[in-house]
Design a protein around this ligand. Structure first.
Ligand code: SAH
Length: 228
């Protein structure tokens, strides 16, 4: 169904209001808010749910998965501290929305999804909208070694613990670049704490860990993961 110019205006207006809401809820990074204002979230949800696309809520995308709440996307993206041209790996492509937001921030985006049909749909849509995302069907708890190291890794499903391969695929700090950041909800099925690991050196224990707010994500399922 083609969008009419008046739909475009309506959605643009709704996106501006969404950015205002996110600002009120504590998102302060202007680049993140501009990216949210730029991505047509209504295209990433089921046509029957388009009226709710710019409410600050998670929505079903099939196969028991959800497109994350805009606040959560903005929160995780803020914690990643994305600089233009950063290489960012996303675990859990889902609808593709978070990938699109990262593209709008100027990142080079890599994204892994375990459900092949969700990935096929996301890939088609990202392509149609002109977002250049490299995607892969597979288990993201293993990361994506071929394109490592990453300046940022964002996990958009709830983990029971931190998959070790993801830490290893973060960039080591150098004169030109800060160390890579891993943003991951940790805590198992009942609820998770948003956690950020930043690589501080070259050794296996050179990571700084910070804990943030609580969230509830769909579970991360994979080899380097104990979720039942
Ligand atoms: N970032 C998505 C949110 C998707 S919900 C968006 O913007 O729409 C989380 C996604 O993680 C689901 O699609 C789920 O299938 C996927 N997932 C769970 N475990 C995974 C794993 N080990 N590797 C890759 N994807 C995984």
């Amino acid at each position: 169904m083609a969008a009419t110019p008046s739909d475009d205006r309506k959605y643009r207006h709704q996106r501006e209001r969404l950015a205002d809401t996110l600002r009120e809820r504590g998102i302060t990074d202007g680049r993140v808010l501009s990216a949210i204002e730029a991505v047509p979230r209504h295209a990433f949800v089921d046509p029957a749910l388009r009226d709710r696309a710019y409410a600050d809520e998670a929505l079903p995308i099939g196969l028991n998965q959800t497109i994350s709440q805009p606040f959560t996307v903005a929160y995780q993206t803020s914690l990643l501290e994305v600089a233009p041209d950063d290489r960012i790996l996303e675990v859990g492509t889902g609808s593709g929305y978070q990938s699109a937001v990262l593209c709008e921030m100027g990142a080079r985006v890599f994204s892994v999804e375990r459900h092949e049909d969700l990935l096929a749909r996301a890939r088609r849509l990202l392509n149609e909208l002109g977002y250049d995302v490299r995607t892969r069907h597979g288990d993201g708890t293993k990361g994506w070694p071929a394109f490592a190291p990453y300046d940022g890794i964002v996990v958009t499903a709830g983990a029971s613990d931190v998959p070790a391969p993801l830490l290893r695929q973060l960039r080591e700090p150098s004169e030109e670049h800060p160390g890579g950041r891993l943003v991951i909800p940790v805590g198992g099925r009942g609820g998770q704490t948003m956690t950020r690991f930043a690589r501080t050196g070259t050794g296996p224990h050179d990571y700084e860990r910070e804990d943030f707010h609580s969230f509830r994500f769909v579970p991360l399922v994979g080899e380097h993961e104990e979720n039942e």
